[in-house]
Structure formats: structure tokens, C-alpha cells
Design a protein around this ligand. Sequence first.
Ligand SMILES: *[C@@H]1O[C@H](CO)[C@@H](O)[C@H](O)[C@H]1NC(C)=O
Ligand SMILES: *[C@@H]1O[C@H](CO)[C@@H](O)[C@H](O)[C@H]1NC(C)=O
Ligand SMILES: *[C@@H]1O[C@H](CO)[C@@H](O)[C@H](O)[C@H]1NC(C)=O
Length: 316
Amino acid sequence: MLLAALYCLLWSFRTSAGHFPRACASSKSLTEKECCPPWAGDGSPCGRLSGRGSCQDVILSTAPLGPQFPFTGVDDRESWPSIFYNRTCQCFSNFMGFNCGSCKFGFRGPRCTERRLLVRRNIFDLSVPEKNKFLAYLTLAKHTTSPDYVIPTGTYGQMNHGTTPLFNDVSVYDLFVWMHYYVSRDTLLGDSEVWRDIDFAHEAPGFLPWHRLFLLLWEQEIQKLTGDENFTIPYWDWRDAENCDVCTDEYMGGRNPANPNLLSPASFFSSWQIVCSRLEEYNSRQALCNGTSEGPLLRNPGNHDKARTPEAPLLG
Ligand SMILES: *[C@@H]1O[C@H](CO)[C@@H](O)[C@H](O)[C@H]1NC(C)=O
Ligand SMILES: *[C@@H]1O[C@H](CO)[C@@H](O)[C@H](O)[C@H]1NC(C)=O
Ligand SMILES: *[C@@H]1O[C@H](CO)[C@@H](O)[C@H](O)[C@H]1NC(C)=O
């Protein structure tokens, strides 16, 4: 879908606006449509006084949407992020972020001028302490409220065009679950009607770039949370895997012997709660996922749609 590619491009150019800064969740910000929070280093919007960036009109690509989406003005994700904000921070040189407070990926230092190369490693090459540190970071992220971001629990219309903001706190980890839900959710058309044939991040050219950016942002949030500036997310190389060999209790969790959809009680993740899983319920309520816990994690790697993902390994 062209729409997906387009959306993904918008996301890559406006990484700061891909999610909702806490500082911009007020009715003032939403009704003025301006999201240019101060940078703590000098107190000026977008760190302008320090030359980090400035508050500017959002200029969107004028490329038309494809015929796949036969609506206009019904989905907050159209012409993102202009339904919510039409002025945001534009960051100079290597600065990045909703207030130009961070560095572009691959840079560090007070002026973001130092090049840095981080390497993602195969999860099976981590030592046991390294692997345990990774799991501890995940736990911390799952249990720490995001200081910088919140999630909207209603559409812009449900917020009365910004006058009654509807936002929830969310954990650093669940923020990314929510973003992944939000980009691929159905369009709510009112009266329990939905448009299902929409997804800005999957089954289209946008898939790889969108998820690449998503993982970079996730890595950056874990780095900020833990103070471990060198953290990288390990990868699972499943090219030759016959089975889901990370689906063990040492790693991502083995299968529950009593219920193939649940994790084994000995798994590190068996106490985790899932969020944003009840898509049909949200549709019928014409609501957004509000980030509340919806029960234990569900996973059944042997149960995926083989026609769509024929190469994905099974859990033996
Ligand atoms: C941005 O939105 C505000 C509030 O709706 C509006 O007054 C302003 O004209 C818009 N600016 C642009 C450049 O569209
Ligand atoms: C990150 O890696 C760099 C380069 O190897 C090193 O100088 C620095 O101390 C590391 N930082 C932390 C927090 O471990
Ligand atoms: C939050 O979402 C859950 C799950 O969909 C729902 O049961 C609950 O009523 C929602 N809470 C609010 C305040 O809307």
C-alpha cells in the first residue's frame, strides 16, 4: 500500500511525533496544535537558545492517498500528525527528539557530534550474566512509567477536538506495544462500524523501515531508562531454526504444559500481563486500547498462519 510507505516516511522524518509527549497532552497544546516542549538544558522550546532546534509548521507531503482507503477526515492517523499537532520541533544537525533533547541514532556527546557504533548481538552469544541483564532491563521497562510519553485513550473527536484530553500513563515497555497496536488498528467509523483494510506498518513496503525505526526508538528508551548507553537489543537468528529455540524458560519462555497458549510457570515472563490484545472489543466499543492489563501473555508459536509466514519456525 502506498499509504503504508507514505506513513512510514512521515514517521522516519518525524520520529519525535510518532508518539505523544507528556508535555503535549494538555488541552492548550491540543487546541493550539503546537507540540514544542522546552529542552531542560536551557528551558527554551526545542532547545532553541542552544541551537538545538526550533518550533516550526509541520509540512506534509502532498502525495495523494491510494484508493485503498476510501475516506478522508475520519482517522486521526491521516496526514499524521496534523490532526493533533501542526507545529513541532524541527531539530538541527544531529539533535533529535520531541524537544531536540536527544541525539540522532549513531551519535552521542553533549553536542551529539561523537560517532558511536553499537552492535546488536545474537542472543545465544550473550553470557548468562549478559542475558540476565537483558531480562532485568525488560522487567524494569515493564514496571516503570514512561516519564516522557503518554498514550491517548480516545480519538481526537472523542477528546472534543482537544478540549478534553484523554491520556493514560503507560510503562516504557507497554508504550511500544501500544504504538504497534495504534499503527495497525482498524479505522473506527462510528456506530460500531470499522474499516479493517488498513495497516500502516505491515504487509507493505513500510514494513521494514517502520519496524527498524520502532526498534531503534525502543533501544533508545531502554538506554535512557537504564543509563546503559551501550545497550542493544539482541537478535534471534531463525534462518535455520526448525523450532522456536528461544522459546525456553532461559530465554523468552517455554510452553505451558497445561495450555499451549500460555507460558510455562517457570518462565521469566509468566507473570507479565498483556495489553492492547482485545481488538474486536475496542472496535465494538469504538474505543482505543487504554493500556490496562488484559491477563497473562499469550503465545503459541506453532499456531501462526502458515500460509502467510511459511518460513517461521515452529515450537516443536
Ligand atoms: C494549526 O492549527 C491551528 C489550530 O487549529 C490553526 O489555527 C492554524 O491555522 C494551523 N496552522 C497551519 C499552518 O495549518
Ligand atoms: C559504552 O562504550 C564505550 C565505548 O566502548 C565506553 O567508553 C563507555 O564507558 C561505555 N558506557 C557504559 C555506560 O558502559
Ligand atoms: C480500558 O480498557 C479495558 C479493556 O478494553 C476496558 O475493560 C475498560 O473498561 C477500559 N477503561 C476505561 C476507563 O475505559
